[in-house]
Design a protein around this ligand. Structure first.
Ligand SMILES: Nc1ncnc2c1ncn2[C@@H]1O[C@H](COP(=O)(O)OP(=O)(O)OP(=O)(O)O)[C@@H](O)[C@H]1O
Length: 540
């Protein structure tokens, strides 16, 4: 995903080669003029010098444009891929790793966007270093070897210290992952934190502040070491210049007339050398970011592509049958994880089925399997008495309103709200028309109370016009008047219109409104009761 292709490296080289050679040409002319080479004092040399400078400048301008385009392309296209990946991930994986991994992946991508620029600088600097070394060797082999040896010693010291940095940066990023969890807690738990000062104090003093303090210490140390290493390179260069000025001539390793050329060359390559050194810092961040993005892509693996041969649009729903469906959450803490065991469930078109059971009995887990959010481990699902090959076919028949419903900021559906008479009558039916005065999109997507937001989600679900309505504790947030209206008026109305309703509920006062009541206990269906006039709660 984040690899840089051979074609792009070739493009970078295509720029880097002429650019470096021309820049070297500039150095060559300067050096010869300073050394008093008469050929270089001619007036045509002035023009050559000027032309090379202007040409290199223009080359850089054109190249920067392409490089910029390419870098931003990497960033924005990969951002899109991350979103695609997230939406293709199974819910169970998102629940396992948490959303903060998503934030850090986006942050890592930002680091990656400078990769092409850094590669170009590296190639440029390496080429310039190479040309300058060749130039030095052409003047004096021994002096060249000495300078090369000294540069190598500084480089080895640098890389050894640098290598120890990788693990520190990884630890620093781990701190930041926890930091995002705290950010999440502050935003989502804001109300509790405001009301309960013990909570907020503990969050700050025992968790967030220690995290930031440790991260600060590590960050400071990492940067301090980076700065120190950079100083080694700068002062190392002075040492090399010292060797050129005082040591090499003394041992007759460098003719006096070449000392100036050597110093000019060295000063000229100071830039490329410190570029190479500074870029190690960035390469270390790249390597850490790359590892983390690869881990992200591995952990947030895409769901298996399904065989979509089944017709998605024209399935006329008649019946749904779960045969011995089993599911188990992954065992992480070493304790026995919760499981749904051999669930047999069926629903016919037009039925109203209430799913009941105590807290933690497995109702929502079952709803997640029903809606295809979780993949069952064993068993078979039949739709209209045929084996279901693709969960998309079933998903295409279901409009769910989850217990933690969410009203999107924008309309991602295929229908429009404006001038939509069906929407208008649904607003009236759900008694939302006085709250939402018009049919504008923004009016439907403002802040609602919990009960109102559930009503809006039900309106959006009904606008989808799918045959099965799945509701998870929909009425729990409604006031007693609307709850009664929902069970005694709306549910019979939806049923009459041919909808199949599968609703998780604790509202035993309205159990009689269902055709069947299915009770879960410890992950199993313990009763499946048809409702008739003799129905008693004790029958469950
Ligand atoms: N993502 C998860 N990973 C591991 N275990 C989970 C996960 N989600 C739920 N569980 C466990 O599965 C069990 C059943 O949970 P579920 O949410 O299905 O219960 P429920 O019947 O809907 O309860 P409630 O009435 O409280 O909403 C619980 O013991 C819960 O701790």
């Amino acid at each position: 995903m984040l690899k840089i292709s051979i074609k792009n490296i070739l493009f970078l080289l295509l720029f880097a080669l002429p650019n470096t050679i021309l820049s070297f040409g500039i150095l060559f002319i300067i050096n010869n003029v300073i050394s008093g080479n008469k050929n270089y004092g001619e007036s045509y040399m002035v023009w050559s010098f000027l032309i090379i400078v202007i040409f290199t400048y223009l080359l850089n301008i054109i190249f920067q444009k392409r490089l910029n385009q390419y870098s931003y392309n990497i960033l924005y296209e990969n951002e899109k891929s991350i979103f695609k990946r997230i939406l293709k991930t199974n819910l169970i994986i998102l629940e396992k790793y948490g959303t903060q991994r998503f934030y850090t992946a986006i942050e890592d991508l930002r680091i990656f966007s400078s990769l092409p620029e850094v590669i170009t600088h590296t190639i440029n600097s390496l080429l310039m270093l190479l040309l300058c070394l060749v130039y030095m060797f052409s003047l004096s082999i021994y002096a060249g070897l000495t300078v090369l040896g000294l540069i190598a010693i500084i480089a080895v010291i640098y890389f050894v210290v640098m290598n120890t940095m990788n693990s520190r940066i990884t630890v620093l990023r781990k701190f930041n992952e926890h930091y995002y969890k705290y950010v999440n807690d502050v935003i989502k738990g804001f109300k509790n934190l405001k009301v309960n000062s013990t909570l907020s104090q503990n969050l700050l003093s025992k968790n967030l502040f220690p995290n930031r303090d440790q991260a600060k210490e590590l960050d400071y140390n990492v940067n301090y070491i980076f700065l120190s290493i950079n100083l080694i390179s700068q002062y190392g260069l002075y040492l090399i210049i010292g060797a050129i000025l005082f040591v090499l001539p003394k041992f007759n390793l460098l003719p006096k007339e070449d000392i100036v050329s050597y110093v000019v060359i060295l000063l000229f390559i100071t830039g490329p050398i410190s570029n190479l050194i500074n870029m190690q810092n960035i390469y270390t961040s790249f390597s850490v970011a790359n590892k983390r993005i690869n881990n992200f892509l591995k952990d947030f693996s895409e769901e298996k592509e399904e065989d979509n041969n089944q017709n998605l649009t024209n399935v006329n729903f008649q019946s749904l049958h779960f045969k011995n469906i089993s599911f188990q959450y992954e065992n992480t803490s070493g304790e026995q994880s919760f499981a749904l065991d051999k669930v047999n469930f069926n629903a016919q078109k037009g039925e109203v089925i209430f799913i009941v059971g105590g807290n933690g009995s497995g109702k929502s887990t079952f709803i997640n399997i029903l809606t295809g959010l979780y993949d069952h481990k064993e068993g078979e699902i039949n739709l209209n008495n045929e084996k279901l090959n693709s969960k998309k076919t079933l998903q295409n028949l279901i409009s769910p309103v989850f217990t933690d419903n969410y009203v999107f900021s924008y309309n991602y559906d295929n229908y429009q709200l404006e001038n939509n008479s069906q929407y208008q009558s649904l607003l009236e039916m759900m008694e939302m028309h006085e709250i939402i005065g018009d049919s504008k999109e923004e009016s439907a997507r403002r802040n609602f109370s919990k009960g109102q937001s559930k009503r809006m989600s039900l309106i959006f679900a009904l606008l989808e016009e799918k045959p099965i309505l799945v509701l998870d504790e929909w009425a729990a947030d409604q006031d007693p008047y609307f709850r009664k209206y929902f069970y005694e008026t709306l549910i019979p109305k939806f049923k009459k219109e041919g909808k199949t309703i599968i609703a998780v509920t604790h509202d035993d006062a309205y159990f009689k409104q269902a055709n069947r009541i299915i009770k879960f206990d410890y992950g199993q269906i313990v009763s499946d009761v048809k409702i008739n006039s003799d129905f008693q709660l004790s029958m469950l």
